[in-house]
Design a protein. Structure first.
Lengths: 225, 83
């Protein structure tokens, strides 16, 4: 049983993710996209990076690579799937999750720490937290603004499929606390199932106690049995 | 078979924020130009061999829907000409 951390040309958070999972005692391995998913895949992370140089749109090329069909099939069969940053862009481009992540309101690449509020604590990736809890995670993206049709967003919210929202340290989802102009401060969403999620912030970068805070550990703990 | 060029224009849907276009407009204004608005778009030229212009268009539309455009944020149009 292993968590497959996918590698595309240009992935660069893949090894960090494996290390963060290993620190939690979760078996994980790097999987080059052309090699396909291992037979004992028990979870899948689509990690951050700049797959295919962000050509066309961030995530557009990787989303159409053959391994993503296997990822979709595994997700349908109940395998937990988490997309982080570029992995979130890939997840939306592949229609694993709704909406799209596009150019930041600032039109700039932003690398900073932000606060996010847990909107739904009843998923594998958030059950370590309480609903309404505020955690601090880093972002590093140029195309992280969540865009979606207003009616679809209303459906998402009604179905409790918004997982994280950008907020201030007190949990208020103000415009000032919205780093990239995402609609309704959305930082992460669920797909059709509670075990399929994407988020733009990087939980794997705040998961090792040796190098600082560990606010992100609970997200990766979604892959523990 | 005839050679056609399908020109695909992909643009953001009306109402979707375009920070790059806004930045470009501000840069033009800093240069002293006056303009009411600026919209940007991606343009792709696809050379295809097809039995008819309609066939070429259908194929270009399929390529656009599968990859070139993201239907969540984009509209697109296709123009086909013999090459």
């Amino acid at each position: 049983m292993t968590v497959a951390v996918l590698q595309f040309g240009g992935s660069n958070c893949d090894r960090d993710t494996v290390q963060a999972l290993a620190d939690l005692g979760i078996d994980a391995e790097l999987v080059w996209h052309e090699d396909g998913l291992p037979a004992d895949t028990a979870g899948i992370v689509v990690p951050g990076g700049f797959s295919y140089g962000d050509y066309l749109r961030a995530g557009a090329m990787a989303a159409r690579s053959p391994i993503m069909e296997d990822v979709k099939a595994a997700a349908e069969d109940g395998t937990p799937v988490l997309g982080i940053c570029n992995g979130a862009q890939i997840g939306c481009e592949a229609s694993l999750t709704p909406g799209a992540f596009t150019t930041n309101r600032s039109a700039r690449f932003q690398c900073e720490h932000v606060h996010v509020r847990i909107e739904n604590a009843d998923t594998p990736f958030t059950r370590a937290y309480d609903e309404g809890e505020v955690i601090e995670l880093p972002i590093a993206h140029g195309e992280g603004r969540f865009e979606i049709d207003d009616a679809e967003l209303a459906d998402l919210e009604a179905d409790d499929r918004v997982l994280f929202r950008y907020c201030d340290e007190d949990g208020e989802t103000s415009d000032d606390a919205n780093p990239n102009g995402s609609k309704h401060n959305v930082a992460g969403v669920l797909g059709d199932h509670d075990h399929v999620a994407v988020l733009m912030p990087h939980p794997e970068r705040v998961s090792l106690a040796d190098i600082g805070p560990t606010d992100g550990r609970g997200v990766l703990r979604g892959f523990a049995d | 078979m005839t050679g056609y060029t399908a020109t695909v224009t992909v643009r953001l849907k009306h109402g979707v924020l375009d920070p790059e276009a806004e930045t470009t407009q501000r840069a033009l204004e800093r240069l002293g130009f006056e303009l009411a608005d600026l919209r940007s778009a991606d343009l792709f030229e696809l050379d295809v061999d097809a039995d008819s212009a309609e066939d070429a268009r259908e194929r270009a539309e399929e390529m656009t829907e599968r990859l070139l455009a993201n239907p969540t944020i984009h509209d697109y149009e296709v123009d086909v000409e013999e090459r």
